[in-house]
Design a protein around this ligand. Structure first.
Ligand code: AMP
Ligand code: MG
Length: 491
């Protein structure tokens, strides 16, 4: 097989990566292949499913043209600086310019130890691999910017977490694996030339269309702020909780990256966390915009020496970076409010829209209403369904009845037909999200050798905005006994 690899990252300063080899595994077996993504990358399905292909995506064989490397980065984890992180279990094979003209990183995750593994084994367990595959592809289908999953291969070997589990390798595809932590890494080493090259690289690779404001550092910061404001607004509109928004898990590209203890809300609980070690709720659902702002401030700090190099004195550099950071909050709020309006079927902007949406959310939280189900049913009401499909979800019937009348009154200001409003709402409010209890069922079946539930869930999540009578079970919220879901960090 010949994969048209390119290698721009190894042109960057040497401190940013190490050349590595994947560690072979005993019994590679293909678990899943993403046909459409493969095609985008000029790879045919057969080239992945054939024995040579499986060997490559298990890390047993280096394909022609690959130059495997592990990337270095630092990061703030739960607020604490860790100066030396890096790809401890991920190996970049190279980049491919896809049929869409975009350049993608192709990376094996779980392919063995690297110089950045610290105490880790360099491996991934099958459960988290299938979970990342499902959730990242669901996010893509939902329209969210995200890394993607090209294929998953079981290794035939055990990895030791809370309990021993079969291992697997995920092939992750991203517009780039640059993170806020990559910039922190270079800044910490006080290598301003490397910082400048890295910044130019990021701009050329990810934000080519953005006009320069005279400073590469400020141009990049503005671009990342804008894309993170959009991304986090999208998460918040869909009820997605990333779970570990450490700076090493925030991509410069604005893609969702590192699906560890992530989850979609079932009941609307703003303070909900999903990571077993997030005892203070730092990465709770409602705190995500604050965390993004915090991380972007760390990026601004990392870029500070470059703004100085660009000819500004310290006070001016601080003022310029601070000015950029101030843009996050209004950009985020505008993006989030626009998405909330769409969820309510509103296209015009009026002053009371934010309060209208917030009042519904407050009632949803009080009655522990399923977030996705409620918004999806609201589209049915827009099109004439009985109000009871909504009111029956709430404890305070009078309050929700009052809210529905307000919403209907507001909807009359829109010059659209009921059907058009309902269609707008169904395009913003998915019928299907990757609910945790379903993911766990699918993983349990896969561990017994049955991949059929995985395939079914994956296929339904590929068209999340379409109603499907044959998959009603997958749209339903969990029963109460399945509520206390937590993901453990040893992914
Ligand atoms: P994460 O919490 O997954 O974002 O990972 C944080 C850091 O730990 C990164 O540098 C990872 O590469 C590293 N890491 C996570 N799991 C492993 C593992 N099993 N082996 C080696 N390094 C790991
Ligand atoms: Mg990470």
């Amino acid at each position: 097989m010949s994969i048209p690899f390119e290698h721009s990252y190894i042109q960057l300063p040497q401190l940013l990566f190490e050349r590595v080899r994947p560690t072979p595994v005993t019994q590679p077996k293909l678990l899943a292949v993403n046909d459409t993504l493969a095609e985008t990358l000029h790879i045919s399905r057969n080239e992945i499913t054939c024995p040579d292909g499986v060997a490559i995506f298990a890390g047993n064989k280096i394909p022609n043209g690959a130059e495997p490397i592990a990337l270095a980065y630092a990061g703030h984890q739960f607020g604490h600086l860790v100066p030396q992180l890096g790809d401890g279990r991920a190996i970049l094979l190279g980049e491919i310019t896809g049929r869409d003209g975009k350049r993608y990183d192709v990376q094996l995750k779980g392919a063995g130890r690297t110089p950045y593994s610290r105490r880790g084994d360099g491996r991934a367990a099958i459960g988290p691999v299938l979970r990342e595959y499902l959730v990242s592809e669901a996010m893509f289908a939902l329209g969210v910017k995200t890394t993607r999953s090209l294929c998953a291969v079981a290794t035939g070997e055990l990895v030791y977490r809370e309990i021993p589990s079969p291992g697997a390798v995920l092939t992750r595809v991203a517009l780039s694996h640059l993170r806020v932590g990559t910039f922190e890494y270079v800044a910490l080493r006080r290598d301003v030339d490397a910082l400048e090259r890295l910044t130019n690289y990021a701009l050329a690779r990810l934000y080519r269309d953005r006009s320069s404001n005279g400073s590469v550092a400020l141009t990049l910061l503005e671009a990342v702020i804008a894309s993170q404001a959009e991304l986090v607004a999208h998460w918040m509109a869909l009820g997605f909780v990333h779970g570990v928004m450490n700076t090493d898990n925030m991509a410069i590209s604005g893609e969702t990256i590192d699906y560890g203890p992530c989850a979609f809300l079932d009941t609307y609980s703003p303070e909900r966390t999903f990571s077993s070690i997030d005892v203070n709720g730092r990465y709770s659902f409602i705190n995500q915009p604050n965390c993004a702002q915090w991380n972007l401030t760390r990026l601004a700090e990392a870029l500070f020496p470059l703004v100085l190099k660009e000819g500004h004195v310290e006070a001016k550099a601080t003022a310029l970076l601070t000015e950029c950071l101030k843009a996050f909050s209004p950009q985020y709020t505008a993006a989030y409010q626009m998405r909330l309006r769409r969820k309510l079927g509103l296209t015009l902007e009026t002053a009371d829209d934010a309060a209208l949406a917030q009042d519904l959310l407050t009632m949803m939280a009080a009655s522990k209403v399923d977030y996705t189900l409620c918004f999806r049913r609201l589209a049915d009401v827009a099109e004439g369904a009985e109000a009871s499909v909504i009111t029956s979800l709430f404890a305070d019937l009078e309050a929700i009845g009052g809210w529905l009348r307000r919403w209907e009154h507001r909807s009359q200001q829109e010059s659209r037909s009921d059907a058009a409003r309902a269609a707008l709402m169904r395009g913003a409010n998915p019928a299907f999200i990757p609910r945790n209890h379903r993911i766990e069922e699918v993983i349990a079946a896969a561990l017994q050798g049955d991949l059929a539930p995985f395939v079914r869930l994956h296929d339904v999540l590929a068209r999340p905005y379409e109603d499907r009578l044959d998959a009603r079970d997958l749209a339903l919220p969990p029963g109460e006994e399945q509520w206390d879901y937590r993901t453990f960090c040893g992914t």
